[in-house]
Design a protein around this ligand. Structure first.
Ligand code: SAM
Length: 260
């Protein structure tokens, strides 16, 4: 998987990709991350990357030319235009913006399948609309709030996509069970000690009965999702047994171990 990140602040990425899972994925040759300073592509002696908005108003707007030249240097002149012309995406060009589609696990899976992703980080009041018009294949927001720049959003996307690259996680079960993977929140986790300040680990997890543990985890995932994100249950694919448990939970009953 290759990520190309366009930013005015390359230094912000120092450190964040130098530890833990992303670092291991880079070291293992599974992931490449190239950080491109948009300023390097700005024409003129002063390498200006922003300007005042047409129509007036406060703040500055990132100019289209440096971003266009950066994209063309990274992807070739033809590819960005071809993608827009044909609608066939070969390399997603993602413009980070609070006005974009909300990033999700499904989107992370979609991006991973392309094998390459370009992320454009905005700053100031945002980016000249022609970047979206001429180049961006996706406009993505990481949440309904406003950050000062797209860098943290790019980091979040890189991390979420990297986890999905085959071979990056030692245990691929984590990907299947993670919250949002199947439109359910994940069950709770416990580790030693079995009791801390009176709070005990549920008995079933100590039982060694793997079938029963799996059933308990599924029920807890359904319970959490119902309590915290009932909207997700609408689109989750549920078995008949799941539905029985959900109905029981909705009635305020604690489903029996058998769940019937
Ligand atoms: N004036 C813009 C608006 O209201 O939509 C906000 C600009 S914001 C201060 C500067 C940059 O931060 C944006 O261009 C974008 O790249 C990034 N950004 C801010 N919030 C974001 C979010 N929730 N998701 C993704 N990127 C975000």
């Amino acid at each position: 998987m290759r990520f190309d990140i366009l930013t005015l602040f390359p230094g912000l990425f120092r450190g964040v990709f130098e530890e833990s899972i992303v670092r291991r994925a880079i070291d293992a040759g599974l992931v490449t991350i190239a950080i491109h300073n948009i300023r390097d592509y700005a024409p003129g002696k002063h390498r200006i990357t922003d300007d005042a908005p047409y129509g007036g108003g406060g703040g500055m707007v990132m100019k289209v030319e440096p971003i266009a030249y950066a994209l063309e240097a990274i992807l070739g002149e033809d590819l960005p235009l071809r993608q827009k012309r044909t609608g066939l995406v070969e390399v997603p060009i993602v413009l980070l913006t609070p006005a974009g589609r909300l990033f999700s696990q499904a989107m992370a899976r979609e991006f991973e399948r392309y094998g390459r992703l370009v992320l454009i980080c905005g700053r100031y009041e945002g980016v000249d609309e022609r970047v979206s018009q001429l180049f961006a294949t996706h406009e993505v927001s990481i949440g309904d709030y406003v950050l000062s720049g797209g860098e943290i959003a790019a980091m979040a996307i890189v991390e979420a996509v990297t986890r999905l690259v085959p071979g990056v996680l030692g245990d691929m079960r984590a990907i299947v069970e993670d919250s949002h993977s199947a439109d359910l929140l994940e069950h709770p986790h416990y580790t030693r000690p079995p009791e801390f300040r009176g709070a005990k680990v549920p008995e079933v997890l100590l039982s060694g009965d793997h079938a029963e543990i799996a059933r308990w985890r599924r029920r807890e995932a359904l319970r959490r999702t119902l309590e915290r994100r009932p909207d997700l249950l609408e689109k989750a694919s549920l078995s008949d047994q799941d539905r029985l448990w959900v109905e029981a939970l909705r009635r305020g009953e604690t489903p029996s171990q058998e769940g019937e």
